[in-house]
Design a protein around this ligand. Structure first.
Ligand code: 6PG
Length: 225
């Protein structure tokens, strides 16, 4: 399977460019799906600076670690501290994944909340193993196509249970944006966006989505493409 050709952008500072994209979407309004990981806090801070009024936005997360919202591992906490706390007008709705609940219950709640929802902007990071959201290579969650959200174990650090949108839900977004930086991502970038579409590389499956996959990279992350 080759999938569609990703729209690759190699830029000096992908986190900042993606912050601009998030801000532009927030100004237009709609539903924005956030991610976790080590580099998106700069995107969120920049987006809040450029567009501090999120009154027309509903916010979602593509995945969450099963920890309380004030835990340092929480994707919600990351977004709260780098985005929500910096806004002058809060989003119309914040659909936090409840990491403090039993994971099956949190997944059920997310699944129900997503019923009938169109996701306008899906932000995704890329793990060194090719995962995105909390859909890890070889995990049974990756094959779930009859739910909008599931729970399951982590395939990589931090080793806490996860709740995640399923692949069909990620693929349903009207706009799909990946951000990755640094040499440690170069192999995964090549496998996800330069190789075949494969279940071994979950992020590559987004290339089967209706929307073209936009990928924002720095030169180090793009080095093996
Ligand atoms: C998470 C994420 C995950 C992340 C990638 C990239 O909860 O960890 O949502 O999918 O985006 O693992 O993260 P890094 O930028 O930290 O490598």
């Amino acid at each position: 399977m080759t999938g569609s050709r990703p729209d690759i952008h190699v830029v000096d500072d992908p986190a900042i460019v993606v912050g601009e994209l998030i801000a532009a979407q927030a100004a237009r309004g709609g539903s924005i799906v956030l991610t976790g990981g080590s580099s998106v806090d700069r995107s969120y801070l920049h987006a809040a600076h450029l567009t501090p009024d999120w009154s027309s936005v509903t916010v979602w997360w593509g995945d969450e670690r099963c920890v309380p919202p004030d835990d340092d591992l929480s994707n919600y906490k990351l977004a709260k501290e780098s985005l929500l706390d910096h806004l002058t007008v809060q989003p119309a709705a914040v659909h936090r994944i409840k990491g403090e609940l039993d994971p099956a219950q949190a997944a059920d709640e997310l699944d129900a909340a997503l019923d009938g929802v169109t996701l306008d902007f899906m932000l995704l990071g890329l793990g060194p193993d090719g995962h995105c959201a909390s859909l890890f290579p070889g995990s049974p969650q990756l094959d779930v196509d009859d739910r909008r959200a599931v729970h399951g174990p982590a395939g990589l650090e931090p080793w806490v249970e996860r709740v995640t949108m399923t692949m069909p839900t990620l693929q349903s977004a009207r706009r799909i944006v990946f951000v990755a930086g640094g040499a440690s991502k170069a192999d995964a970038v090549q496998r996800a966006f330069g190789g075949e579409v494969s279940h071994d590389v979950p992020a590559s499956l987004l290339r089967n989505a209706a929307a073209p996959v936009e990928v924002y990279l720095d030169a180090e992350a793009a080095a093996k493409l």
